[in-house]
Design a protein around this ligand. Structure first.
Ligand code: FPP
Length: 248
């Protein structure tokens, strides 16, 4: 049995599979630099990891997989890198939409989608409507996303509802905020993985990760695949999740 298959068996025998796994995919640039290659080559290689991890998530019967693909801050990278990332996004949709759909994956893009160019926006909208009824796995792809901006947007929506008399100030509670986030339909992540050894949240799902278990993998994203995902889940299963309470 290979390493991944062994981990899969261990994982299935050992405990609960996380319903929602979120990943900060990091280290594409370093992967390329180590090989004296341009950064976009690292992103292209990272796209292969996206494919591998989506397949592994289906295999593990994860319900929701959230991937941080492009942050609001990433718009400030050099124009060449931004356009390479946008082309990759479009290419990913072109190449993968049909297979994702056949495998029952519901693809959802979350973030400030109005900042996308018309070509990317059409591609994004197309795959979202194509796959909207699928139920095997929800694949959340965060692009042009920042968690603070998401919270500001939620606050604004609440203010509008209060101003219009649809909501009383005393009705503003945690559920009212959660319901106005992009992730309103999803359970909070059980597990957040960050690759490349960085120990930061980087403005990703700040509200939603309140009780999420963190696994920092030293592996650079282009080298992250099925084995590494299963290893992170096995690590997660060894944790004692208390949600602020004491152990049973
Ligand atoms: C972080 O590496 C990665 C990104 C900013 C982009 C993530 C994009 C992909 C994995 C490919 C495309 C994905 C889809 C869904 C189409 P970095 O550039 O910050 O690496 P560094 O920290 O080593 O410089």
């Amino acid at each position: 049995m290979g390493a991944a298959a062994e981990l899969l068996a261990q994982m299935n025998g050992q405990g609960a599979i996380p319903r929602h796994v979120a990943i900060i995919m990091d280290g594409n640039g370093r992967w390329a630099r180590e090989r004296l290659l341009p950064r976009p080559v690292g992103h292209r290689e990272g796209m292969k990891s996206v494919r591998a991890v989506v397949e592994a998530a289906i295999e593990a019967k994860i319900e929701v997989l959230s991937l941080f693909a492009f942050s609001q801050e990433n718009w400030q990278r050099p124009a060449g890198e931004v356009s390479a990332l946008m082309s990759l996004l479009e290419e990913y949709i072109q190449k993968e939409a049909r297979e994702l759909h056949e495998r029952g994956v519901r693809v959802v893009f979350l973030g400030d989608l109005d900042r996308l160019g018309p070509v990317q926006r059409r591609a994004v909208d197309g795959v979202m409507s194509l796959t909207a009824a699928n139920r095997t796995l929800v694949l959340n792809l965060f692009i042009s996303y920042g968690s603070r901006a998401e919270l500001v947007r939620a606050a604004r929506l609440i203010a509008e509802d209060v101003a219009a008399g649809r909501l009383a100030p005393e009705q503003v509670d945690e559920a009212a905020i959660s319901a106005r986030l992009f992730t309103a339909d999803c359970p909070d992540p059980d597990l957040l993985i960050r690759t490349s050894g960085e120990m930061r949240i980087s403005n990703f799902l700040l509200w939603q990760v309140a009780y999420t278990e963190l696994v920092i993998s030293p592996v650079l994203w282009p080298d992250f695949g099925r084995t590494e995902l299963f290893q992170a889940i096995v690590d997660y299963q060894s944790r004692d999740r208390r949600f602020g309470r004491v152990s049973a």
